[in-house]
Write a protein that binds this ligand. Structure first.
Ligand SMILES: Nc1ncnc2c1ncn2[C@@H]1O[C@H](COP(=O)(O)OP(=O)(O)OP(=O)(O)O)[C@@H](O)[C@H]1O
Length: 220
């Protein structure tokens, strides 16, 4: 396990507002150690990439980042304007795109957005939902059942959901999974845009995506 820093992250000229502090983070399933004592600070306006072979622990790392599963030991703090976020505040500041995220096939896209916003206690308006559907290239498809969507459309839909509340921290597991060329270009824009205003934490082995990383964590 190696943490590399390209040391080229800027703080946008307006000071450090958001950061993620990972301290002595370890995860093991029984005797299988995935990572041990990861200590790193992810600064504002930067991209953090997690690399590693299949089964190395990338998804597990991201799940811990999102508070979905516990670490074996160690700590992850999200800090905005000097305040450590509570778990509820953390959820409001996170957007997640992951193969694990299951949309409801028997709800329309807009209903999915509304449902998940309610579940997470996040704001929802139909105008914002329409804006996001258009942004991800699904204009006019918001009232179709998600069960009728292709896999690439579902992936785009996950971006609409993740970005709906303009999170400070965007967590991406296999960001371009199932996407065509236009979709890949969309993700490129999303990552660059997010980097201008917050943090991206992503797991990938795609060289193009790895090259976005200001810091990389290689899990062996
Ligand atoms: N709930 C669990 N209980 C036991 N072992 C688990 C559990 N979840 C994951 N693992 C194991 O932890 C290891 C890491 O899994 P993980 O999904 O994080 O890997 P990954 O790097 O994301 O892999 P991939 O590139 O294939 O997506 C694997 O060996 C997996 O079998």
């Amino acid at each position: 396990m190696v943490v590399n820093s390209a040391n080229n992250h800027k703080n946008g000229g307006d000071g450090l507002q958001t950061r993620v502090e990972i301290k002595n983070l370890s995860k093991a399933y029984h005797i299988r150690k995935l990572f041990t004592d990861v200590t790193v600070t992810i600064p504002d306006r930067s991209v953090f990439v997690v690399l590693g072979h299949n089964g190395a622990g990338k998804t597990t790392f991201l799940r811990i980042m999102c508070g979905l599963i516990p670490a074996t030991s160690g700590q992850v703090d999200y800090i905005i304007d000097g305040q450590v976020l509570t778990p509820a505040e953390k959820r409001a500041q996170l957007g997640l795109v992951s193969p694990d995220l299951q949309l409801y096939d028997d709800l329309t896209a807009v209903e999915n957005l509304e449902f998940f916003s309610e579940v997470r206690g996040l704001p929802f308006t139909i105008d914002r939902a329409r804006e996001m559907m258009e942004f991800v290239g699904l204009k006019g498809r918001g009232h179709d059942f998600v069960g009728t969507y292709s896999s690439g459309m579902k992936q785009r839909m996950k971006y609409a959901y993740a970005l709906l509340h303009e999170p400070h921290i965007l967590v991406l597991d296999e960001p371009t999974s199932n996407l065509d060329e236009v979709g890949v270009a969309l993700v490129d824009r999303i990552i660059k845009r997010q980097k201008e205003k917050g943090i991206v934490i992503m797991a990938t082995n795609e060289p193009e995506e790895v090259s976005y990383g200001d810091q990389t964590l290689s899990l062996a």
